[in-house]
Design a protein around this ligand. Structure first.
Ligand SMILES: Cc1cc2nc3c(=O)[nH]c(=O)nc-3n(C[C@H](O)[C@H](O)[C@H](O)COP(=O)(O)OP(=O)(O)OC[C@H]3O[C@@H](n4cnc5c(N)ncnc54)[C@H](O)[C@@H]3O)c2cc1C
Length: 304
């Protein structure tokens, strides 16, 4: 173990109320996700509070130790394993914080499993729409960070379409909130000092530039069911009334949309405000039979 890692773990143990596990058994338990990769983490933290997460982020920045937030660990491409301090949100930070039935939104902690959330929302006649098939394990932190969706994507779009706001920790440990901003509020944010102000200044400048806007528009694939790269297309004005994504367009600048799909690389999410849809009154399954694969494929309407 390097000196920096030793100092990091020692200081973290003093500042956290969550269990900090460095034993071999825990490290092996967290060395796999649903991918083909196996990488043993340096240690595992089960944060009890947002303060625990903030302590980990601050100390990781100080000692330059990598961090990996994790929820269900059902990622298929190795997103949930690394030589890092793994922080598992599903143990304690898994609560519903507030529901607004009229405005159809919910505030949750990132460790809540999607099926548990939807079971809770049933009493309000509401649902979180995108439904990855792993929904009995996958939790909202991972679902947002992978920008997941499922078999009802044509109806509900991607997860990024339903993320309204988020609270997150930036790389230096600053706790902030990303959400939709009108021009005046955005200007205020760009005048802030520190990392948060830098992010707003640079992202605003980058996405305001006409040449960049054109590059973003032309470089974004014209199909909306995708989760690769950063969602820069959601930060530039839509032209010809045609967004590159599925859900109704909100022209307000919202950095939360870009954190969706960023696989934990832009910040550590500590809270989410999510859009909800009405719970369908009835559901049914239709099975369409085709005689050949080409026949089935040609029945899919083209999305030009
Ligand atoms: C059987 C099976 C079926 C699947 N079906 C689908 C499907 O239909 N659709 C689909 O999209 N995917 C599917 N997946 C892939 C996977 O389940 C989804 O991407 C799921 O949303 C991941 O959620 P998770 O809680 O397991 O996240 P994890 O694997 O734990 O993490 C995913 C990413 O999120 C980041 N993350 C987690 N918590 C936070 C946080 N608090 N802050 C910042 N970043 C965070 C992690 O660092 C990681 O990069 C499937 C996987 C399996 C095994």
């Amino acid at each position: 173990m390097s000196e920096a890692l030793f100092d990091f773990l020692n200081e973290l143990a003093k500042r956290t109320s969550g269990a900090l596990r460095t034993d071999e058994y825990s490290r092996i338990l967290y060395s796999t996700d649903a991918s083909i990769y196996q990488v043993k983490p340096h240690a595992v933290l089960l944060p009890q509070t947002v303060d625990d997460v903030q302590a980990a982020v601050e100390l990781a920045a100080k000692h330059r130790v990598p961090l990996l937030p994790r929820t269900g660990g059902s990622s298929l491409a190795g997103q949930a394993v690394n030589r890092a301090l793994v922080m598992d949100f599903t143990r304690h930070l898994d609560q519903v914080l507030e529901v607004n039935q009229e405005e159809m939104w919910v505030r949750v902690q990132p460790g809540i499993v999607l099926d548990a959330l939807n079971i809770y929302l049933r009493q309000h006649g509401l649902l979180f729409g995108p439904d990855p098939a792993s929904s009995n394990r996958a939790a909202m932190g991972g679902i947002v960070s992978n920008n997941s969706t499922g078999s009802h994507s044509i109806m509900y779009g991607m997860t990024a379409d339903h993320v309204l706001e988020m609270e997150l920790l930036l790389a230096d440990g600053t706790l902030t909130r990303f959400g939709p901003l009108e021009s005046a509020a955005l200007l205020q944010q760009t005048q802030k000092s520190g990392l948060e102000g830098d992010i707003y200044r640079q992202m605003h400048a980058l996405t305001q530039d006409a040449a960049n806007q054109e590059t973003i528009r032309s470089g974004t694939p014209r199909h909306w069911r995708r989760c690769g790269g950063y969602n820069l297309d959601r930060l530039v004005p839509v032209t010809n009334g045609r967004p590159t994504y599925r859900w109704p367009y909100d022209e307000r600048f919202n950095l939360a949309k870009m954190v969706c799909g960023a696989e934990g690389g832009l910040g550590v999410i500590t809270e989410l405000k999510l859009n909800l849809v009405p719970l369908p009154k009835k559901t049914a399954l239709a099975i369409v039979h085709f005689n050949s694969l080409p026949e089935a494929l040609t029945a899919v309407p083209p999305h030009a």
